[in-house]
Ligand binder design. Sequence first.
Ligand SMILES: Cc1cc2nc3c(=O)[nH]c(=O)nc-3n(C[C@H](O)[C@H](O)[C@H](O)COP(=O)(O)OP(=O)(O)OC[C@H]3O[C@@H](n4cnc5c(N)ncnc54)[C@H](O)[C@@H]3O)c2cc1C
Length: 521
Amino acid sequence: MTDPDVIIIGAGHNAMVCAGYLAQKGRSVLIIEQSNHCGGLASTREFFPGFKASVAHTIQNFSSKVIDDLSLTKHGLDLSQYPLQTIGLSRDGECIRLDSSKDQPRVSGLDGKDEEAYAGYMARMQTFADMLKPFWLKTIPRIGSANLQDMTTFLALAVKLRLLGKDEMGEFMRIATLPIRDLMDENFESDLLKAVLSWDGLLGSKMAPRSPNATVLSVLYKMAEKDAGAPKIPVSGIDGLVTALYKSARSSGVEFKLGQPVSRVLMDAGDHGVKAVGVVLADGDVIHARKIVSGVDPKQTFIDLVGVENLEIGFTNRINRLRCDGYVAKLHLALDSLPVFAGLDSPLGRLILVSNMDSIEFAYDDAKYGEFSDRPVMELILPTLCNPDMAPEGKHILSGHVMYIPHQIKGGWTEEAHDRLYQNLIELLEHYAPGIREQIIFGELLTPKDLEHQYNLTGGHWHHAEMAIDQMFMMRPTYEAAQYSTPISGLFLCGAGCHPGGGLSGAPGHNAAIEILRTEQ
Ligand SMILES: Cc1cc2nc3c(=O)[nH]c(=O)nc-3n(C[C@H](O)[C@H](O)[C@H](O)COP(=O)(O)OP(=O)(O)OC[C@H]3O[C@@H](n4cnc5c(N)ncnc54)[C@H](O)[C@@H]3O)c2cc1C
């Protein structure tokens, strides 16, 4: 095989998006993945004989532009299933249902006042989400850049803001970094509604309703695409997305090497400083390329794959200080039959088990001090209701995201701690779905520590690096490596650690490809 133009490390969904764009422009691309499958956290695996699940279990804001550009529909992606309803369930049996479609956002299970307020709130948030939408698919320029394209991006943002009108522009500036609790208190009365609506801003981050930071921006990011961020499952599960990305990349000529961990980025010390010129595989094989793109998290990319000996000390310090500790654990249950949730005819939907914003805040408080809560908060879906073939006939899977489970806990993740958390979760589920304990054939609990190990992902972090204002936009992952290019010539980033961050969006992969092609002009 001749040396490819570009090597991409890791076959996460962002890497496959990036590869697809580069290959469409005639670049020869080789993706090298450590595991035996593509998709990273979106890959589907058998966690118990006959029962399959993926860590990421729904799609909320996958880019429609990427779907079109990479012909993902032609390659089998089918997102035509109606989005899942979000169902909020409180401990004392209250239940609300949210349909967040753009045309007719509706909430049921509340009094008329909050129902009306919900429609108004969603309309205003959608205006802000639409205003920001173009910028998730753009490189955010460095401050002070005199480059024409960069200045145009800033100018476009200013114009978009101004077009909101003076009052709405002021309102956007006011709420953008507001603690989401304040935004909820200003708009609604129902404690359950407030908790459920704040959930999407918090999920995956080390923030709670009282944290002033990026939670409102995260909600707007999720609302950017169709159906205002309502969770969706492709017709053939999350695997439908991964398979379509793989087929699209292959049809453009992208080559894949699976089961081959990259152990180093190969450097060449030239007259103008070090340059990335290839990769060294774990088995010692060396492959050269003109450009190396990493879909692996930034900390691992720079510290482990590049090596501190090739980095400026100041940059090394910044990368070492990146906050990458994950706060979400994953629960997979193989169930003998469909569980019955009190008050629900069917558990079809995304179920959020929270009572109010305090229940979220208290769970976070424990996590801040290296504990996990006795009263965890979680969302769950039963993917087998949409895709029965993920389990043997008549059997079901429960897939749960458990918030505020720290990567590091006091005393470490011993077997006892692991088991205590698992039992807490089963107790919680038993409260909502009496009898579920007896329906469990097998349970798998992946703490952020387990995710780190299984997916080779620093901290097991949802976004590869915390989504906080100081690690977003032109500072993601750090100011010096924020435009997909890095201080190392020939080395680029394309994963969730880049703007605009994690989740199954394809946006970092798209933006990285555009930027890599731009550097060649
Ligand atoms: C518990 C949890 C639940 C989540 N649920 C959702 C959800 O429901 N919906 C949603 O939209 N998002 C969800 N996310 C977030 C989402 O899954 C990630 O943000 C997204 O998958 C990141 O994609 P990526 O392509 O950037 O990286 P990844 O998916 O992390 O892929 C990186 C790839 O690099 C490979 N790799 C690592 N090191 C090496 C090496 N040395 N050599 C070769 N290959 C290497 C890995 O094996 C992996 O395949 C969840 C995240 C977590 C942690």
